[in-house]
Write a protein that binds this ligand. Structure first.
Ligand code: GDP
Length: 297
């Protein structure tokens, strides 16, 4: 029912890369993301990002932008991929230099490979006395992942997320990887994208964080997402400031849907509320029928 016409090459403009950080617990994912957010807040904007949000956009000193997806565990790759959403462009695999490549690290690598998402390795905690980054490179080589400094194809950066060492260089490598992907989108069409997370807020009703993959999402748009639909009453950025639109690769918190779509559901802007309602209704009926069928088995 949703007519997704392909874009004309001439309508496509460069967009920011969407990046996910994955790794074993305690290897420093949170510290790295915190450092990146705290050092790259847009000039003049005090406070930075206060609440947890599943996706946010950072602007580097030179104006280039990166969108980070920050979902728990490997959700960005599992739950979301299971629903057909391929959201991430590049994966940062973080590994602590005083530890080893752990089972979760292997899992993260396997997810990125299965999704055909390029990886950049961050060897963290190099400030620690027990750090042995060569051991990590060795572990990786045994998985057939040879890093650039050993003659392989994988970009790798030693960092200390805690002290901020090497993080700018890491982001530089991520942006280099992004350049090779030639990521583009058409900002001049009705938006589509993915649901990152949803919840029911006592004061505001259903609240969803969405990531626009194509087009520009605007306040007042009629949206269908999963079995929910509605007109966007208000939009916010990750700093809880009102915005009236979100361009490709930009996240937005939206108010106005009549339900909480699941992470990984796609969303589409429709021309009329009636269209959005019909599609949501059709999906709901389909779900109910499928539910009945499994019950009677
Ligand atoms: P996560 O579970 O992967 O999100 O890991 P965290 O970011 O919470 O880090 C786990 C622990 O390692 C915390 O105590 C951090 O302070 C510490 N840590 C993270 N990065 C570094 C680093 O670069 N150097 C040192 N010395 N400690 C770090």
């Amino acid at each position: 029912a949703i007519n997704e016409e392909a874009d004309d090459e001439s309508d496509l403009l460069p967009r920011a890369p969407i990046v996910t950080v994955m790794g074993h617990v305690d290897h420093g994912k949170t510290s790295l993301l915190d450092h990146i957010r705290n050092t790259n807040v847009i000039a003049g904007e005090a406070g930075g990002i206060t609440q947890h949000i599943g996706a946010y956009n950072v602007t580097l000193q030179d104006g280039r932008q990166i969108t980070f997806l920050d979902t728990p565990g490997h959700e960005a790759f599992t739950a979301m991929r299971a629903r057909g959403a391929q959201v991430t462009d590049i994966a940062i695999i973080i590994i602590a230099a005083d530890d080893s490549v752990m089972p979760t690290t292997r899992e993260a690598i396997a997810h990125a490979q299965a999704a055909n998402v390029p990886m950049v390795f961050a060897i963290n905690k190099i400030d620690k006395p027990g750090a042995n980054p060569d051991k990590i490179r060795e572990d990786l080589s045994q998985m057939n992942l040879l890093v650039e400094e050993w003659g392989g194809k994988y970009q790798c950066q030693e960092i200390s997320a805690k002290k901020g060492i090497g993080v700018d260089e890491l982001l530089e490598k991520v942006l280099l990887e992004a350049e090779m992907l030639e990521l583009k989108a058409n900002p001049n069409r009705r938006a589509s994208g993915s649901i990152i997370e949803s919840s029911l807020d006592k004061g505001r009703g259903y609240v969803s964080t969405v990531l626009v993959s194509n087009g520009t999402l605007k306040q007042g748009d009629y949206v269908v997402a999963g079995t929910s639909y509605g007109r966007i009453k208000a939009m916010f950025n990750e700093r809880n400031q009102r915005i009236d639109k979100a361009a490709p690769a930009e996240p937005a918190i939206i108010l106005g849907l009549n339900g909480a779509p699941t992470a990984g559901d796609s969303f589409h802007v429709m021309e009329t509320e009636q269209e959005a309602k019909e599609i949501a209704g059709k999906r709901e009926r389909l779900q109910r029928e499928q539910g009945l069928r499994t019950q009677t088995r």
